[in-house]
Design a protein around this ligand. Structure first.
Ligand SMILES: [Zn+2]
Length: 151
């Protein structure tokens, strides 16, 4: 029997899922780098929040060596994209979102939320044109806190 892989904690969905070099024309899929959502989270924790790897590993509920491999892989992909002018797409991986986030399509504001709510308005501009970021990433979505669950 294959032991199912333990899902890695990711605090909330990335605000953006696609980065392109200026002036890029997406002709070939081969020019894409796929950064998984757990790799994204390792970069966020290690290089943006500036946690020690041991603490970042605890937050993601993985071992320190696993975290090191994850963040090394993420950094290599980002370097490849920057040096070779590739697109970075964030998708897939083995993860669970602990919280969700919403993005206002009208003004670009991003905020945390515990559950997805269709009734929610942008707290900045009151627009109803709201994107549920957790839903966008689809697979792996399963909030510990909140009303919406999908398995
Ligand atoms: Zn807004």
């Amino acid at each position: 029997m294959v032991k199912p892989r333990k899902k890695r904690n990711v605090l909330y969905p990335p605000g953006m899922d696609y980065f392109t070099p200026h002036g890029y024309r997406p002709l070939k899929k081969i020019n894409e780098v796929i950064l998984t959502i757990d790799e994204y989270e390792s970069i966020r924790l290690a290089d943006h929040v500036n946690l020690k790897q041991e603490d970042a590993a605890k937050r993601m509920n993985i071992s320190r060596p696993t975290f090191t491999r994850l963040v090394d892989s993420a950094r290599k992909k980002i370097a490849d994209a920057m040096v070779n002018g590739k697109v970075i797409r964030i998708e897939g991986g083995n993860y669970i979102f602990l919280r969700n986030r919403m993005r206002c399509v009208a003004c670009g504001n991003i905020w945390d939320t515990v559950a997805s709510s269709k009734d929610e308005l942008c707290p900045v501009c009151n627009s109803e044109n709201i994107e549920d970021l957790g839903r966008r990433f689809g697979r792996g979505r399963s909030y510990r806190h909140g009303s919406e669950r999908k398995h």
